[in-house]
Write a protein that binds this ligand. Structure first.
Ligand code: CA
Length: 696
């Protein structure tokens, strides 16, 4: 059973004529050429045709719906589109690249790298992709299965592709957008929770030849370059290189052409607890959770700044990095700004790496403050969970995750999609094995249980789980305004010279705020979760605001109240808005799923059920976690008889491999799948009995 819907036949795509609409004279910088629009990655557009006085007239211009879909599971859409010469370039799930007319939405071409669907098992957070890079007529995309692909931007034809992975037996993936640094194309990867060692690779933009590679942490072999030797001194003698170590560069990089420096955002450690990673000791572990500045020509390091020494909380420094010139201490400084997961907003001098300020932009308990002299955080003993569970703010989702923030030089404010939530951390009992294909965190996180965690809750700021947009004054280090809460998480952000800040969220609402005051100027309901950041551009005097939509990614494992996907069919779509556009037609309403009879004749003995639950937790729960509740993955507590009959064909033989459900025959056999089915049926029976018992 394999379903691949093709958006259009190649012949049809190529028959569409190529016209290049030109921008109206006098319109400032109408295009969106780089991931963060320009080299500053501020995600700030100078366009003003849509502005705070008329944005109430914003409406739908057109949609693009022809995404490649595999099977029945729709995937997250996280890409930042680029716009050049009248064409929009973006990616969808499965690393598929689309080129469409930026004025009409008509498809020019698409390129499907035909990623092996089983690779989805290696991804922490869905088969997503965050976009392409464009350089001298060539488009670049990193594919989920680790290739860097170069395409002719005009035709979509493959120019070359190169394997970026150093070890294909490890669970590396690529979900981030490549960046251009001079004549190099740079790409990192993901997989810190799945047992990999992080690095970035730079390739010659023309030929695809490897120019340099920078490893973000040491490894089991000889040091590849001087920075690895420097880092090695900050790891334990008995560090767990077998588990990979982490430090993946899975999203942000920013290139400053004036300084020739490429800033690289490095991810968290793997496994999570620093003491497990370092053979019982805590060490800083360079360059985990760091911003590293590299000479883009040579790959040699100019400076580094570590945001979370000895990271034990999944505090990646992979959140987007924005460059600006800010007046600080009476003079203008060339700064780099980042709001990483750990909850502090950092302003660094981007020439030297000097810390200029670090102030909490969300509730933070893992550290009391960052010492301005040493640049180091004062880590709270109450955040170290080696001996007993601890409730720590922010959670591993971070105070800010990948949806990019924006910065407006007009308001001098950064606009951050902020998450407010703690989680309870505990270490796994016993020795930590490296299990290929598994989530090798060596830690468990969960919401606090009021019955058993009263002491933890009593010592913590009041529990919250919310998402807000905060306008942050980086010079003063404080919040200027913040939005009303929205369903957990809010999407990426766009700022414009029209005095607007535009952001969507999981409830499917796109909101335009007044950039200075935070007043809501326009709300557009789309019926589809918006995680990706909107962009804007102009053609022929008309300004468009464009945003891809579709629920997926990390939040796909369980839908929270308010999610659009609870009410409307979730499918990939790109929206284009303009002044005096139309209302958005909402997607079909979700039909309630039939309640299927539970299979009978399965074992019910406690040993089998216990084995089934353990196997389910280890191998299935990372996606199929939502016990009878709604999620973006099929509900295993309510399998149709046809799917239940095919359980072994799917789980052991890979019948749905191309749709993203890999085979698990390397870790499960028919006895195991019987135990999993038995436990699921027994648990579903208990769940249904519970739900049908009237509350008292
Ligand atoms: Ca992580």
């Amino acid at each position: 059973m394999m379903y691949i819907l093709r958006p259009c036949a190649i012949a049809l795509c190529l028959s569409i004529s190529f016209t290049t609409p030109s921008a109206a004279a006098g319109e400032p910088a109408p295009e969106w050429l780089l991931h963060g629009r320009d080299a500053t990655e501020q995600r700030y557009s100078p366009l003003t045709r849509i502005n705070r006085s008329n944005v109430a007239r914003l409406g739908l211009a057109w949609t693009f719906d022809d995404f490649v879909v595999r099977g029945r599971t729709h995937r997250g859409v996280e890409a930042t589109p680029l716009m050049h010469d009248g064409v929009l370039y973006f990616t969808g799930p499965w690393s598929v690249v689309y080129a469409i007319d930026a004025r009409s939405g008509a498809q020019r071409w698409f390129y499907d790298p035909e990623v092996d669907g089983a690779w989805a098992r290696r991804a922490c957070c869905d088969a997503v992709n965050r976009g392409v890079a464009l350089h001298k007529g060539t488009l670049y995309v990193g594919t989920l299965d680790g290739w860097l692909v170069a395409l002719d931007a005009h035709s979509g034809k493959l120019k070359w592709r190169v394997d970026t992975l150093i070890d294909r037996s490890r669970d590396y993936t690529i979900t981030g957008a490549p960046r251009i640094a001079g004549d190099h194309i740079v790409i990192g990867n993901g997989g810190a929770e799945l047992g990999v060692r992080g690095y970035v690779s730079a390739y010659d933009a023309g030929t695809g030849r490897l120019s340099w590679r920078f490893f973000t942490i040491p490894g089991p072999g000889p040091d590849e370059h001087p920075e690895v030797a420097l880092a090695r001194g900050t790891w334990g003698k008995d560090a767990r290189w077998d588990i990979g170590g982490g430090g993946t560069v899975w999203d942000s990089m920013t290139y400053d052409p004036d300084l020739g420096l490429l800033y690289v955002g490095v991810g968290n450690g793997g496994p999570w607890p620093a003491w497990v990673r370092n053979g019982g000791e805590r060490h800083d572990n360079l360059f985990l959770s760091s911003i590293v500045a590299l000479d883009a020509t040579t790959g040699r390091m100019a400076w580094y700044y570590q945001t979370t020494p000895g990271d034990s909380w999944d505090y990646t420094a992979t959140q987007n990095m924005i460059l600006a010139d800010l007046p600080i201490g009476g003079r203008t400084r060339k700064v780099l700004m980042q709001a990483p997961k750990n909850g502090f907003f950092y302003v660094l001098d981007r020439e030297s790496g000097e810390l200029l300020s670090a102030k909490p932009y969300t509730t933070v308990t893992w550290a009391s403050h960052v010492d301005p002299a040493s640049g180091k955080p004062a880590i709270s003993p109450g955040a170290l969970y080696a001996g007993s569970p601890k409730l720590v703010w922010p959670s591993p989702a971070g105070g800010h995750n990948w949806p990019p923030m924006a910065f407006s030089p007009q308001s001098s404010l950064a606009y951050i999609p902020v998450l407010e939530m703690p989680l309870r951390f505990s270490t796994d009992a016993g020795p930590t094995p490296y299990i290929p294909g598994d989530y090798n965190t060596a830690a468990t996180v969960s919401p606090p249980d009021p019955r058993t965690d009263a002491a933890l809750l009593g010592a913590s700021p009041p529990f919250a789980m919310q998402s807000v947009l905060k306008a942050w004054d980086p010079a003063a280090g404080r919040v200027s305004w913040q939005s009303a809460p929205m369903p957990y998480w809010g999407g990426g952000v766009l700022a414009t010279a029209g005095g607007l800040v535009v952001q969507g969220s999981a409830d499917g609402v796109l909101v335009a705020y007044d950039a200075s005051t935070g007043h809501v100027l326009k709300r557009i309901e789309t019926g589809l979760a918006i995680m990706a950041p909107p962009i804007t551009y102009a053609i022929g005097g008309e300004q468009y605001i464009v945003v891809p939509a579709g629920m997926g990614g990390a939040m796909k494992v369980g839908y929270f109240p308010g999610y659009a996907a609870l009410e409307y069919a979730n499918r990939e779509r790109l929206f284009a808005f303009r002044l005096d556009g139309k209302p958005v037609p909402l997607p079909d309403r979700v039909a309630p799923a039939p309640v299927y009879p539970l299979p009978d004749g399965l074992p019910t003995d406690p040993d089998t059920l216990a084995a089934g639950e353990k196997l389910y937790t280890r191998h299935c729960a990372r996606c199929h976690a939502a016990r009878g509740a709604k999620s973006g993955y099929p509900d295993l507590w309510n399998l149709s008889p046809a799917v239940d009959d095919a359980f072994d064909a799917i789980v052991l033989e890979g019948a749905l491999g191309q749709a993203g459900m890999a085979r698990f025959a390397d870790v499960l056999d028919a006895r195991d799948t019987l135990a999993i089915r038995a436990w699921l049926a027994a648990d579903a029976r208990a769940l249904r009995a519970h739900l049908s018992t009237p509350a008292r």
